[in-house]
Design a protein around this ligand. Structure first.
Ligand SMILES: NC(=O)C1=CN([C@@H]2O[C@H](COP(=O)(O)OP(=O)(O)OC[C@H]3O[C@@H](n4cnc5c(N)ncnc54)[C@H](O)[C@@H]3O)[C@@H](O)[C@H]2O)C=CC1
Ligand SMILES: O=C(O)[C@H]1O[C@H](OP(=O)(O)OP(=O)(O)OC[C@H]2O[C@@H](n3ccc(=O)[nH]c3=O)[C@H](O)[C@@H]2O)[C@H](O)[C@@H](O)[C@@H]1O
Length: 426
């Protein structure tokens, strides 16, 4: 099938590459000229394991073309995916600027039948509104169907998640659209959940909200466990054995960040308030997440009252491992807070070198800890979990390692003469 994908971000690039890899002809459109030129050269603007190789292979085969020319891409395609960003505005609502921009650009280009598929995460009612606007702008009703097909991939495992999803959610008004999508996704073996346009929109928000609530739940329990000298990892293991609870998303730590969980939870909160429903649980999850940095700074202060005068090294800047995404990174929030308190920070991250006031970034992990008094692990990259702790101990001046992600083995550190401070791990 001939497919146009609008937006060459994490979702647009993964969708385009996977569809091209399984035999479809894909035109991936982005309005950023430099990004398109980079992609044409086979360079990828994001870090996503495995994506570059698959992208380059399909670009060379001619299955995957990058362009800024929306008109040609739409003319050549039967299916149009919208995968542009839907960020958070200053009040925490969804900023639909890019999505509405696409609606306006698409309307004059649709003069034969197209399936318009929304991959972007959009508030309830947005796809109904998209249909209404296209008709209002002169597109004939018989020339298109709108489909809501939200994406559930995680950064860092995007290709795997797209190829092996636990379900494919399709919100439709016309059943014929379901058959077309089943043909498109014939290489994916997953159950289909077919629902209304807003039903699909809500499944997406509900998923991210549930994950955020689950993380805040374990983080709140970690605070309680800490004061009772209980190891929170034992508690997570214990409750996770119950299949009704499950082990996933029970890792206590610095809290959730990234480009989606925080913004989608906040958006759902606003969508709810707009209809006069107070979303107590959603608000509580955000309150817990917002409190974590302060909580652990207070803990650090208790252990080391003059921590501002110490040499602190932070390992990890991205919002989680295996991505270069710094959006809403809790690690960056922690660094920001330490800098505000007067500390000079030395930072090492395996992928990014962000330019942060009063922070020196290092290219080598072990150089970054030379003469450090305190080492803080803010993101659980594999390199940190597998670090040579004897070397760390020799390089550091002090002996304190703060594991904000509970990703290290306390015993290994203690064996190497280091003091381990985890999250509720006595
Ligand atoms: N990042 C992720 O892991 C996931 C994101 N989502 C959702 O997917 C959507 C996209 O997210 P990301 O890929 O992270 O976004 P992104 O911000 O990384 O990329 C969006 C791209 O769209 C382009 N764009 C904006 N307006 C355009 C226009 N009018 N024409 C052509 N290109 C345009 C931008 O230049 C940018 O390259 C969001 O709604 C997000 O909530 C859903 C699941 C996973
Ligand atoms: O809508 C989206 O964009 C995506 O948002 C999340 O994916 P992602 O943001 O890539 O990252 P996650 O793996 O969900 O992690 C989110 C945050 O939660 C934190 N986390 C995760 C799990 C856990 O147990 N504890 C915890 O603190 C991570 O460190 C990270 O900061 C969802 O997991 C995806 O299903 C969804 O498609």
């Amino acid at each position: 099938m001939d497919v146009c994908v609008i937006g060459a971000g994490y979702v647009g690039l993964t969708t385009s590459t996977v569809l091209a890899n399984y035999g479809h002809q894909v035109y991936c459109v982005d309005k950023q000229k430099e990004r398109v030129e980079m992609l044409r050269r086979g360079e990828i603007p994001i870090y996503e394991p495995g994506l570059e190789e698959m992208l380059v292979k399909n670009t060379k085969k001619g299955n995957l073309l990058f362009t800024t020319d929306l008109e040609t891409a739409v003319n050549k395609s039967d299916l149009i995916f919208i995968a542009v960003g839907t960020p958070q505005d200053n009040d925490g609502r969804t900023d639909l600027r890019f999505f509405e921009g696409v609606t306006n650009e698409l309307a004059p280009l649709i003069d034969t039948y197209k399936l318009v598929i929304t991959k972007s995460t959009v508030p309830l009612g947005t796809n109904e509104e998209l249909e209404r606007k296209l008709i209002e702008k002169g597109v004939l009703k018989e020339n298109f169907d709108v489909v809501s097909n939200p994406e559930f991939l995680r950064e860092g495992t995007a290709i795997h998640d797209m190829l092996y999803p636990d379900k494919i959610v399709i919100g439709v008004k016309e059943y014929r659209a379901v058959q077309t999508l089943q043909k498109l996704y014939r290489f994916i073996d997953a159950p289909y959940i077919v629902t209304s346009l807003s039903g699909a929109e809500m499944i997406k928000y509900a998923s991210n909200a549930f994950l955020a609530v689950k993380i805040s739940f374990i983080n709140e329990l970690a605070k309680i466990a800490d004061v009772y000298n209980v190891d929170i990892t034992d508690v997570a293991l214990g409750i996770g054995m119950d299949p009704r609870i499950g082990h996933h998303f029970l890792q206590a730590g610095l809290g959730y960040g990234g480009s989606c969980l925080p913004k989608d939870l906040s958006s759902l909160e606003h969508q709810s308030i707009k209809k006069n429903i107070t979303p107590h649980l959603l608000q509580a999850a955000q309150t817990v997440n917002d409190s974590i940095i302060d909580h652990y700074i207070a803990k650090l202060k208790k252990e080391i009252p003059d921590y501002q005068n110490k040499k602190i090294t932070v390992w990890g800047a991205t919002f989680k491992p295996n991505t270069d995404d710094l959006r809403h990174s809790q690690a960056l929030k922690l660094i920001d807070r330490l800098v505000k308190d007067g500390s000079q920070i030395r930072l090492y991250d395996p992928i990014v070198s962000p330019n942060i006031h009063n922070t020196i970034t290092y290219k080598d992990m072990y150089d970054s800890i030379k003469d450090a008094d305190i080492l803080i692990i803010a993101t659980e990259w594999k390199q940190f979990i597998e670090a040579d702790w004897n070397k760390v101990s020799e390089r550091m001046r002090g002996d304190i390692v703060v594991d904000c992600r509970n990703c290290l083995q306390p015993y290994t550190l203690k064996k190497n003469g280091l003091i381990y401070l985890g999250v509720a791990r006595p």
